[in-house]
Design a protein around this ligand. Sequence first.
Ligand code: C5P
Length: 224
Amino acid sequence: STKIIIAIDGHSGCGKSTTARQVAVQLGYTYIDTGAMYRAVTLYFIQHKIDLASEKAVREALAKIHITFEGDPETGTIQTHLNGQNVEEEIRKLPVANAVPEVSAIPDVRKAMVGLQQKLGHNRGIVMDGRDIGTHVFPHAELKVFMTADSLVRAERRRIELQAKGEQVELAEIAQNLEKRDHLDTTRTESPLRKASDAQLLDTSHLSIAGQVEWVVQQAYLTI
Ligand code: C5P
């Protein structure tokens, strides 16, 4: 059968990554987490105290950044590597989450990441999640999904996720981070988060992960 590109965009914390990963496993596709790329760049910028206002410093740093993914095709689990080091845990923590919107709004950062993403999707048969996949990275993706959910529902899900990793974070703090990121992501000038006109809207407020996955897989079968 023909392999397609599935673009999943949407607000922070709707379960995009979990859904995208499981859809990829079911279809035998490759899952690509573009948020992890922006997070890895952000971690590097924090570690090396890169001055975000300096175009030169940003470009020099970008040239030194190599992002790779080590995956387990059985479970679809992916570990993000930054210059050969596994940074999967580090990039999920709040210091990175708080700094990533500012870093991902820098045009040179986006240019570098979008180029890498288009290369990774070249062979099709991919599920890619992010903020601008359907609008910018793959405007001709065969299937586009735009995910959203009530912000308190999203914060509660994220809280449970962090708790399972042994991190106790207040619901209010998480909700604040999600809302701030949504705001920055939708109002930035460079590839802002918005629903592509040909994307299918999926509100996950009242759906389980299994329900979300089934819905997207169904749409994929209708598209293939
Ligand atoms: O998807 P995730 O929450 O991991 O993304 C983290 C941040 O990376 C987002 O809040 C956004 O600022 C940025 N991002 C982006 N474009 C993408 C994916 C993520 O700007 N395609």
